[in-house]
Design a protein around this ligand. Sequence first.
Ligand SMILES: C[S@@+](CC[C@H](N)C(=O)[O-])C[C@H]1O[C@@H](n2cnc3c(N)ncnc32)[C@H](O)[C@@H]1O
Ligand code: SF4
Length: 449
Amino acid sequence: MQNSLLSRYSGAVPRYTSYPTAPHFHEGVNTEVYAGWLRSISSGQRISLYLHIPYCDRLCWFCACHTKHTLKYEPISIYLESLKKEIAAVGDLVSRGAKVTAVHFGGGSPTMLRPDDLIGLMASLREAFHFADEVEISVEMDPNDLDEPRYDALAAIGMTRASLGVQDFHPDVQRAINRIQTFDHTKSVVDAVRARGVHSVNCDMLYGLPHQTEETLAETVRDILSLAPDRIALFGYAHVPWMKKHQTMIKEEVLPGVEERFVQMNLAARMLMDAGYEAIGIDHFALPTDSMAIAQREGRLRRNFQGYTVDAAEALIGLGASSIGQLPQGYVQNMPATGEYQRMADNGGLAAVRGVAVTDDDRMRRRVIEEIMCRFELSFVGLRAEFGPAVDAIVSEARIFAQSNQDDICRLDGDRFVITDIGRPFARTIAAVFDSYLSNGKGRHSIAV
Ligand SMILES: C[S@@+](CC[C@H](N)C(=O)[O-])C[C@H]1O[C@@H](n2cnc3c(N)ncnc32)[C@H](O)[C@@H]1O
Ligand code: SF4
């Protein structure tokens, strides 16, 4: 039964961190369009900022992030100068009445920044934008990068949430993904950020990695649990060597197959829930006291480019090479190539090169997909209150899918479309039923499980 479900529902589909998804972005959304969108952010609206630092001092072979390996610091210094120009230009266009409520430093490895640069970057943000009194400041950390001055700089910029890449602790797995990181060192990083007042620690871990077995994964889960992180992201390794050449260093014959991946995912999820973590959406776990678990219970969980989030800002502004923003009018992406990004930022400030304006149908389908990914159900009454008679199309698509489905992955329950416990691991595949762009064949995705 399980194998036939896997063969039917673990095909390649988007991760739905946006809708329409990135392959449907086009060049029509350029710096001029973006400037208009930024100008229309009004006073009183909340803004969330995402800053991308596309550099790492190690290259992990599994990595699918947009990053470059560098052992020299000079390229980073040059990049930061351009980034500051973009920050100033974006800040000039946005109303001073709009308030920044969240800042996320992502990458790559923002922890590669020198302490003074980290503090200088935060100062540029505070100069360009108006900050709310309480701001969530989160940083993606490579535990490998950290030292005392960096911890102090992270505390000085007001970091409230630390997200550590762990992946797996087993030496065979670490060798196969070119990422050596001991448990003791990782623990020292968790202790150090907590000692500096960080209230929330997240650990990223992966299943489906080379040489991973149920035993090695269980050991990693036990180790991670001993760190008592507030949140854990449990991602399936996305093997996309056609996009990321360095992943060819990972031999496919040592990768767990789709059935083994499914067993691994369930094993890790069960261990985390038995230890008191609440399952959040398809790939997150949080202690009941964590804001993400609270948001899920209160129906406030959202999904954006960073995955699951509690961020309720009306506008997410992406800064830096390749970063993606989500504004009320649509999505916008900056130039991914670092050199070209720098030229654009140095010459005019903005570096938007593609995006998509969302239509009313996109907004409705985006909500449908977000409900499926975050809450595993649709309320047709709720959707109708928001989108009116257009929801009839969704009801009919849901009915056709539920009635033709023999596997009990979803069902119609009065005025609701509900994903069953059997169907939850396949939420991406079920969400894809409502994706009206998928049939045009753009984009190639990782497997859904
Ligand atoms: C920017 S990285 C983490 C921060 C930091 N650079 C580090 O490695 O510790 C963000 C996360 O994306 C996840 N990730 C990267 N490549 C992935 C892939 N191919 N499949 C699934 N998750 C991946 C990893 O769990 C990683 O921790
Ligand atoms: S996993 Fe982190 S440190 Fe490793 S290459 Fe990717 S972004 Fe860099």
